[in-house]
Design a protein around this ligand. Structure first.
Ligand code: NAP
Ligand code: MG
Length: 499
């Protein structure tokens, strides 16, 4: 349980009841077959405050079978689309009713500020269920005006649920990422097995519990907690899975593609990024400085679409950097339940070590350190917001995804140069552009190789706007119409009516 050592500023911000700690299989909360468990840590203190089951292949197999049974059951396969819509709306309301509890759980588990979880993570989960509820009764097909051989045909398409889907999510937005996968899969009529990250399993378990309370038939949603290479790998390998929807690192994403090639499972991938911010000399400096700072330091930089490379037109480089350093100095590093905290700890010691390792490499390669560079706080897995002047274009801090609060800022001379440098990466998730010249903004947006481009803003995601990356940032798009269609197969039905 929560340690007394955690000093909360406000009494009400106590650890909410921990979800049962067991896994959800076939509507039952069950223990894992190995008997092993995983410790759940508070990254602000390193305290272990919960345990979850370490599920493995046997548990995954049970969950996949339960999902198949549910997928074929009339309770789910024959549920009226409008009743499915009502179910998703009920889940949205349940999340709203439990907003504080879920945000607190997320804050303890992931480390992020309670206020952020409440303002960003929980509403993202609510919004996706509400939005996807609208698709349940709108997944119509087309009537195909076929030419054929001149005889009369009736041809139409239907979007059928793809079947049993395996959903694998990371630890940076555990609740929101789980919701972004569960909601479209439910809207499409699939049954599913969700594997949260071993580091942050709690909100996924609680969300699944709320889904059951809302009336999702048993077996439609199963949750297996466990380690990636064990539970995750078993899910990807399982022949009873029709599709894997994965959010995580590019390295694991590529391994998943190789495994899925064996039986050609469908795969969608939301992977890493090394997104650029482009600031032109005519930009509103204050807004661009705040925007570019938030684009990298929000959620301690543990955001797939974090803009970790900043390119600034030469003539305003010094001014803009001064402004960014000033705003960033105002971001308070601290415990997630401290109401003044802007930047929480990183999720784990491993992540802290990794990020500090990159900072070391950045220094060793001769990039000038403009801000930060250390842990900031001694207890917990903190790393200070860190800014380098990027003089070495081929150093690791410019090329590789760090997934932490590290920004590399480089001056540029002209549009062609900055477009070329911005695109010079194996990733292509997001980008942002700061300028008052609208036509330049849109022209540059067209030239950037990124799935999402923001102009004079950064980070706004919406369930109606497709989300995903070019190049090694992934395959397919989540949310929006494309997002729900990715949980379906299209079937063409053609009937000969007569000569
Ligand atoms: P990760 O190691 O790839 O893990 C992601 C998920 O995959 C976790 O649930 C993990 O389980 C599981 N996993 C690990 N190895 C597996 C395997 N061999 N087979 C099946 N599943 C496996 O990534 P992470 O370090 O947790 O997350 C950070 C990365 O995610 C970053 O690169 C970031 O860019 C990316 N990300 C992308 C998006 C996006 O939408 N594009 C969003 C968020 C994060 P365990 O944690 O239990 O090992
Ligand atoms: Mg944790």
């Amino acid at each position: 349980m929560m340690s007394d050592a955690i000093q909360l500023d406000r009494d009400e911000l106590r650890l909410p009841p921990i979800p049962s700690g067991r896994m959800l299989i076939g509507g039952q909360w069950v223990a894992g077959s190995s008997g092993a468990s995983i410790d759940v840590e508070d990254p602000a203190t390193g305290e272990i405050f919960a345990k979850v089951e370490a599920g493995g292949a046997e548990d995954v197999d049970k969950a996949v079978r339960a999902a198949r049974k549910a997928f074929e059951s009339p309770a789910w396969s024959r549920m009226r689309p409008l009743d499915r819509a009502r179910l998703l709306e009920t889940i949205a309301r349940k999340i709203e009713e439990h907003a504080d509890e879920l945000a607190l759980l997320e804050s303890f588990d992931n480390g992020k500020a309670f206020e952020h979880a409440k303002m960003v993570d929980v509403p993202a989960a609510v919004d996706i269920f509400r939005y996807m509820s609208g698709w349940c009764a709108r997944l119509g097909g087309t009537v195909n005006p076929i030419s054929g051989d001149g005889r009369q045909y009736h041809s139409y398409t239907v979007h059928e649920p793809i079947g049993v889907v395996g959903l694998i999510v990371p630890w940076n937005y555990p609740l929101a990422m789980a919701a972004w996968k569960l909601a479209p899969a439910l809207a499409a009529g699939c049954a599913m097995v969700l594997k949260p990250s071993e580091v942050t399993p709690l909100t996924a378990l609680r969300l699944a519990e709320l889904c059951l309370e809302a009336g999702v038939p048993e077996g439609v949603i199963n949750v297996v907690t466990g380690y990636g290479p064990e539970a995750g790998q078993a899910l990807v390998e399982h022949p009873g899975i029709d599709k894997i929807a994965f959010t995580g690192s590019t390295r694991v994403g590529k391994d998943i593609v190789r495994t899925c090639a064996i039986d050609l499972k469908r795969v969608t991938l939301e992977l890493g990024g090394k997104s650029p911010s482009l600031v032109f000399a005519d930009a509103d400096i204050e807004k661009a400085a705040l925007g570019a700072a938030l684009a990298i330091f929000f959620n301690s930089g543990q955001v797939c679409l974090a803009a970790s490379r900043l390119y600034v037109e030469e003539s305003i480089y010094d001014r803009l950097m001064e402004a960014i350093i000033e705003v960033t100095r105002g971001f308070k590093l601290g415990h997630g339940r401290d109401p003044h905290t802007m930047i929480g700890p990183l999720v784990s010691r491993a992540q802290q070590d990794r990020v500090l390792g990159y900072i070391g490499k950045g220094r060793a390669a001769g990039n000038e350190l403009l801000l930060g560079g250390g842990k900031g706080l001694e207890t917990g897995y903190f790393v200070e917001p860190t800014i380098f002047r990027g003089s070495q274009a081929d150093s690791a801090i410019v090329k590789e995804e760090i997934f932490g609060p590290v920004l590399v800022a480089t001056p540029f001379k002209d549009v062609d140069e900055v477009v070329r440098t911005a695109n010079d990466t194996r990733y292509g998730l997001a980008a942002n552009i700061w300028t008052r010249d609208l036509s330049r903004a849109h022209l540059v947006a067209r030239r950037l190789q990124a799935g999402i481009v923001w102009i004079n803003t950064h980070g706004l995601n919406d369930p109606s706007a497709p989300f995903g990356g070019f190049k090694e940032s992934g395959w397919g798009r989540e949310v929006g119409e494309e997002g729900v269609l990715n949980y379906t197969e299209t079937k063409t039905v053609t009937a000969l009516l007569g000569d």
